[in-house]
Design a protein around this ligand. Sequence first.
Ligand SMILES: O=C(O)/C=C\C(=O)CC(=O)CC(=O)O
Length: 218
Amino acid sequence: MTSLLGKPILYSYWRSSCSWRVRIALNLKEIPYDIKPVSLIKSGGEQHSNEFREINPMEQVPALHIDGATLVESLSIMNYLEETRPHRPLLPNDCIKRAKVREICEVIASGIQPLQNLTVLIHVGEEKKNEWAKHWIKRGFRAVEKLLSASAGKYCVGDDITLADCCLIPQVFNARRFHVDLRPFPIILRIDRELETHPAFRAAHPSNQPDCPPEAIK
Ligand SMILES: O=C(O)/C=C\C(=O)CC(=O)CC(=O)O
């Protein structure tokens, strides 16, 4: 279903892992969308402007304008996409498996990413921020790896790509960014490798975003 109200607009930042989750879900579901870049660093962060605060009072990306509504919070947005565009499902039919997908999403979206996001790192301070981010990602990945040891097939839960994979891959990028040693997490690494070349994941990668600075393209 393409909206009668025009192409969805995603307010996104190239390196924001939460924007990236939604980009993957939109791509997997083959929903065409336009990107409106919001720079989290330019002039202290465009997300803090009065204009953007009207879009998201949390002053964070992503936000998705779709079907005449503006939605914020990546998990909530992905669930809306799943409910309204079920054609390429990102949640399994089996209720236990659905719970397992949501479990992994929660661990990442509530238990890891918020502890290492830009606002928190600014508050923690330049001197401590890398060690801080590393600590929380490592702690969370220990839990994710354990959960995956019971749930994973080819991907996070079984052999189909789900919302859990949309959350995991951007978090692996952040782990590398903060120099987390990923060798203790072989299942995470295997799934990351598996999805590295998938077209929907490739297109959503920070390097392929219109606001990616040329020197950061990998
Ligand atoms: O270019 C920058 O350094 C600014 C912001 C980010 O990376 C985004 C985050 O806050 C991390 C994240 O999305 O998990």
